[in-house]
Structures are given as C-alpha cells and as structure tokens.
Design a protein around this ligand. Sequence first.
Ligand code: DUC
Ligand code: ZN
Ligand code: ZN
Length: 470
Amino acid sequence: MTDFDVIIRGGTVVTATDTMRADVGIRAGKIVSLSDKLTGAAKTIDASGLLVMPGGIDSHVHLAQPAFGGPAMADGFETGTRSAIAGGTTTVIPFALQPRGTSLRHAVTDYHREADGQSFCDYGFHLIISDPTASVLSQELPALVDDGYTSFKVFMTYDDLVLNDRQLLDVFSCARDCKALVMVHCEGYDAIKFMTERLESAGKTAPYYHALSRPESVEREATHRAISHAELTDVPIMVVHVSGREPMEQIRWAQNKGLKIYAETCPQYVALTADDLKGLNMDESGGKYICSPPPRDEQSWDAIWSGIQTGVFQTFSSDHCPFYYEGSEGKLNPKARTSFRWVPNGIPGVETRLQILYSKGVVEGRISVNEFVALTSTNHAKMYGLYPQKGSIGPGFDADIVLWDPSRREVISQSLMHHGADYTPYEGMAVVGWPVMTLLRGKVVAEDGRITGEKGDGQFLKRSLSPFAA
Ligand code: DUC
Ligand code: ZN
Ligand code: ZN
C-alpha cells in the first residue's frame, strides 16, 4: 500500500502567490500533500529543474461553433482539447451559442453532444445569448445558471448575434437577478457596417481592410457603452478580448470610479499587429490573422502590458477560434476572396497561449511567474466559479498540473501543433519556456508533445456562481 498514486518530486511549485521547492503528492486525482520530501507512490515523476504550476485554464475558446456567419470551425472538442493539453491547459470554457429563434437549452444539449466523450481536458460552457426573448430571460437563463452555466456572452456586433441597447440592458438585468457574469464583445455594429460598405465601394477588400473597418475608436465607443449599461443596471461585466489602449483606458476609468468592470486580453494583442494582415490580395497570408477585434500596433502592445501590470486585466485567454486557411471551409473560400467581410473571424491559439505570455511576460521581465499563474489559471478559476476545485496547487485542488521547462527555447510552428487548423498565426515566433508534461486529475495526458491521454478523459464542469458577479 502506497500513500500516493503519484509524487512529483524535486520541482519548484509556483502558485499565484508563492514560489517554493516542494514535492507534490497526488491521490485519487487530487493534490493531497505538499512537502519538502515525499515518498511512497506508485509513480514518481522527476521535476528537477522544472516549474510545477497549475494547469492552464482558458476561459475563452470556441469549439464546434458555427462560424460567425460562415464555414465550419477547424476544431471540435477532440482536436481543440487535444491542442489544449499539449499546450499545458487542463480546463477550457467554450461557448454554447443560441442561434436566433431557438431555445438556449437546446443549444446547450447540442454542445454537450459534441463534447461528451470527446474531450481530452475538463470543460464548462458559457452561454452566448443572441435572442433574449421573455422566456429566455425569465425561465431558461435562471434554470441554466442553476445547472452550472453561470456566465453569458453577448455581442455588440455581427448580424446574427448583435444585441441592441435595450436587449443588452435586459440581459444585464437578468444577469444581476441570476448572479451570472456577463462577458461582452465590445465593437459597434453600425460603425463597422458603415466602414465596411465605404471600404468595399472604394475597392478596398483585401484582408488588411478588416482592421480599418473596425478601428480602436469603434471598440472604445462600444466598451464605454457597455460600461454605462452595466452602471445603469448595477451589474458587474467582463469585457473580453481587449485589443489596445483606448478600450483599456475606458475600463481603467470605470474601475477607478469603483465600478465592477473586469477585463480580459489575449496573445494576439501583444504578439500580432494589423500589419500582419497586409497583403495585396487574398492569396497572401493576411487572412490568416483576421480576428476581431483586430490586432493593432506595437504601441498597443505597450498599452496592453501596462494594463496587465496595473491589474486592469484579470485574465489572459486565447480566444481560440480556429478556421482552416486553405480549402472550401477555409479563410480563402471563394466568397471570402471577394472581400474581408466574408473571411471568418478568428485564429487558433489555445496551444500557444502559455508560451507567449511566459516568454514575453516572465522572460522579458514584464510580469512575475506568480502573476503568470494568476493570469493563465487562478484568476480564471476564481472569475468563473471553478475555485477552489481548479486553479492552484495545494491540498484539495484537482491535480491539474503543468510541468514547465523555464529555459527551453522553441520556435512556434504548425508542425508542433495538435489543433485541427492548417496553420498557426504565430509561425516562426521564438519563445523561451515550454510545457513538458501535463497532468489532468493526476493522469499524465501529454508529455513532450505526445498525447498520452484519451478522448473522454475530460469531464463537464458544473460551475458555481462567480464571486465576481455578486
Ligand atoms: N469574438 C470572439 O470572441 N471570438 C472570435 C471572433 C469574435 O468576434
Ligand atoms: Zn467576441
Ligand atoms: Zn471569442
């Protein structure tokens, strides 16, 4: 009889608050002991020279979701979660999207069908509300929140998803009653439509014009509007995928005013720029980088870092929203070649999120390793009702762990990826720091680029209410 199923020996344990030399003892999928020296396990993993950190939690990924008005996604649950564990992420929170005119409960059932038995990592669902009818607001949402779907997402743009101001206010007010947390996509619908039509009539249809069709002012205006609606309805909100200084400053202003406005940013806003979208026509690679909000410029990177360093942002998520580049379902599909307007919006990134933040953040001296853990794991667990089951290393937490080689140098490339997409937007980026082993509830599910877990290892997570929504 051994005391532990697994001991992780000789590593440096890093949490959001502490860094310590300790062995980690695991039993029945849970961390049960942290101590100077542990013995007596069926399996011992040598972590000398490695950081032992909580598995990444990526609270913003899209899997098996029909495109925002276009082709099928490159990742369902099998490939998307396989990519997650290869990159050191052990929990993802994708979205169950309500198509207009349908019930949200049906949408949730459909997404469960996609995920159940297919997932390599644990998962929950946020609810995308595109049709806030009286019955959705008064019956479906309260019942779904009770069932563990404790966060919503609403859009201020996209033909099929946009909510008008009255609808936003109705959803915010419902969230206040249900104690759910609302994530808001802040870009103004009419301004984007106006700019898109103007650019197209001037023949400006190449991928780069996607960025010009939705400049930072469009995001700033919508961010301010969402904040004002949140203030009016007295409800906390999470502004997702913030791309640059102007929206960030709106959030900082609101936070300084005492409003409960939270914010997320993503790798593309510290690693890509609108120049990546440049290309004379669709055959050049610009379309690979089309996502919304679009990447801005290097001054925006500095602004985002200042927001990270001063606590404006609580979470760093991938916004993994993968489409193929080639082929009839890809960003180069025939209709998409006629204008940037038809290129599906989104890029893959669940597998490279941690490496980009570690390299640009910790290695380049912008954040501490403890802040890295907070931004990639702990804060997501706290924000979305998974704490203290997930998000740290200590007795009682699920043994979701990434062993991290802090000095390993790699160059990100499609050949290393496990996602379904046929490219990575970060191709050629040199990074320092790489995940070498991922454990999900005590089981080794990825090791040095090899997947050792199985489809179906991942479990659905019924989430508690967010303490940040209260
Ligand atoms: N919003 C997202 O959250 N992801 C991808 C595209 C988008 O508009
Ligand atoms: Zn969005
Ligand atoms: Zn997204």
